[in-house]
Design a protein around this ligand. Sequence first.
Ligand SMILES: [Zn+2]
Length: 289
Amino acid sequence: VHITPPQTYLAKARREGWAMPHFNFSTFETLRAIVETAAKLQSPVFVATSEGERKFFGVNAAVAAVQVMRDEYHIPIYLNADHTKSWEASQEAVDAGYDAVLIDASHLPFAQNTELTKKVVEYAKVKNPGIIIEGELGHLKGESKIQQRVEVKKEDLTNPEEAQAFIKTTGIDMLASAVGNVHGIVLEGEEKLAIDLIKKIKDAVGDASLVLHGASGLSQEDIVGAIKAGINVVHINTELRVAYTQGLKKFLTLNPEEVVPYKFLTAAVQAVSAVVEEKIKLFGAADKI
Ligand SMILES: [Zn+2]
């Protein structure tokens, strides 16, 4: 099956001011729920596995499963290796046939982050010229779960001049930045984005796409404001995890004797689908195929 390269939709999103939805999965029924909903709404979509998620699902299994989804639903679905922390893990994802890789070396000092990111870009583009490589700059805090509180300091945020130099030197297609966002859902204190900083980074990065991580738990207003300010891809993971778990728990509490996986997992899938639908509409990605 011929698939439109992800660059086409990223360029369209930048031009028209909407954002590509990006959802993580670690089970097949979650992947199907995401794709089925995206197909219903005619939205292009990134599906992704973090290192932990792909270890559970299987790297080659993830690539094959996405291929099956494409054949079945005929929509542009792109598989991203989310937060890949090392050279080896990046290489593994490129070799397996992922459509995109986030090399996350943001824990390293600027020079080493630049060096490793550049190395991944050079390797990946030779193997697959259409691949999308994302780099990360700034300290994105939190984990993809429910947390009491996460403190974001000024020095954690992405510096626009550094972002410009980083993109120019590494040749990445997309940038993950720290703009007041944190991974996961935070219970204490409101998570608030620095919309002005997003605009500054956008002005500094030219044709690269800007990615907003950790959008779970953000207000609708903040997400819409961020997309207006220049965000082109929005990540949702924790809200899907919470929906899945709560849907499942609720069903099993009401039906404690149920032992048929396709029955109790349907409850999880329906809860995930509802979140996916809400986010695709919020990001303005419906009817963009
Ligand atoms: Zn992330």
